[in-house]
Design a binder for this molecule. Structure first.
Ligand code: TXA
Ligand code: MG
Length: 344
């Protein structure tokens, strides 16, 4: 199959909407990462997502909508916290878990009694959803296990020839996937940290729980409630290590680990921020945003992980970041990318 490259012109968006209506896969930009969309109510179209991505079938999908009225066909009921959260954060990087209706195909929910829904805050995503008039199931548009795509070129790297089209809307803003919040429990529980932070949710809801599998040291031992969180995700091909400690200690530790690694003949990379320009001596040094503005780090993270692969890096040492605000999502993705290899 030839993958058609489309842009955000009226004409191209109309074509993308028509492909969705006819049961084909279309990748499109959102404010978090690129999504791989299919008409959510068409089980055969949804099957194609799992096939194209090589995604395990027990991992449910997020349904994307442009209007709140579309919830009627998807959610059997709106739990109390739902309305205020939608008022505050939709459109935006917050996925809400609702009790599902009987109309949502089992392929979308992986047989669960709930459905994940979000309204993305991106003009191209919203225009496509509006034009098609459909609820669109869309996981991140990467091959399963690879870092999520933050540019159309990343989508093509992974899925060229396997999907009908990609709509190029430039690079995405937030850079990590949406926050997944279960509002069927009280207090609501964060299943995946993302762009809408725990602090922002607490301000609105008072109390918020964190899925115990997200606690720093428990990720390996506890089964997460969000099925997707159990897979090795977001991973570059290189073996990656996260270095913790004060920033000065991190820098010293990373340089000494790099020296040892290179002495063994291993092509070694460092993931750092622009504050540390010229500080490291390694085969590849990549700068992912500014430490003092963590949203720039999340925006650049997945692109940097892909770049290490492009440059043939075999081992990566990464700095770590404070787990406040968007920092919680950054560290969650870094730990997963590193398969929980941490140096303290
Ligand atoms: O930012 C995002 O959310 C992106 C863009 C494209 O919208 N999408 C995305 O989808 O990250 P995906 O499939 O890569 O991740 C969906 C996550 C998985 O961890 C999945 O297990 C969880 O949402 N999920 C989906 N339905 C669920 C449900 N009913 N209950 C609990 N977790 C659910
Ligand atoms: Mg994903």
């Amino acid at each position: 199959m030839d993958t058609v490259r489309l842009d955000k012109s009226e004409q191209d968006l109309e074509r993308a909407a028509e492909l969705l209506r006819s049961g084909e896969l279309v990748a499109f930009p959102t404010e978090t990462v690129y999504g791989l969309g299919a008409y959510a109510m068409d089980p055969q179209a949804v099957d194609k997502i799992f096939e194209a991505k090589g995604r395990p079938s027990d991992n449910p999908l997020i349904v994307h909508i442009a209007y709140r009225e579309q919830l009627k066909d998807l959610a059997a009921e709106i739990p109390p916290a739902g309305c205020v959260l939608m008022d505050m954060f939709w459109p935006g990087p917050l996925t809400l878990i609702f009790p599902r209706t009987e109309f949502v195909p089992d392929r979308v929910t992986a047989g669960l009694s709930t459905v994940a829904v979000r309204m993305p805050n991106h003009p191209v995503a919203l225009a496509l959803l509006e034009k098609s008039g459909l609820p669109v199931a869309a996981p991140s548009a990467n091959r399963s296990g690879r870092p999520s795509p933050t540019a159309a070129s990343h989508v093509l790297e992974d899925l060229e020839g396997r999907i009908a089209a990609v709509v190029d809307g430039g690079t995405t803003g937030v850079g990590v996937e949406s926050t997944v919040l279960d509002i069927t429990v009280h207090p609501p529980m964060i299943l995946r940290p993302g762009g809408v932070t725990k602090e922002m949710l607490e301000e609105v809801l008072g109390e918020v729980q964190l899925d115990p599998s997200l606690e720093r040291n428990h990720a390996e031992v506890r089964a997460p409630r969000s099925p997707g969180m159990k897979y090795t995700h977001y991973a570059p091909k290189a073996e990656m290590w996260i270095v913790e400690g004060s920033v000065d200690k991190q820098v010293q530790m990373i340089q000494s680990l790099v020296d040892k690694s290179r002495a063994e003949g291993i092509r070694t990379g460092v993931l750092t921020t622009t504050e540390h320009q010229g500080v490291y001596n390694s085969d590849v040094v990549l700068f992912c945003g500014e430490r003092k503005a963590l949203e720039t780090v999340s925006a650049g993270l997945y692109g940097a992980l892909r770049e290490f692969d492009q440059q043939g890096v075999e081992r990566i040492y990464s700095e770590s970041f404070p787990e406040e605000g968007i920092g919680a999502a950054i560290m969650n993705r870094l730990r997963k990318a590193a398969g929980y290899r941490v140096v303290r």
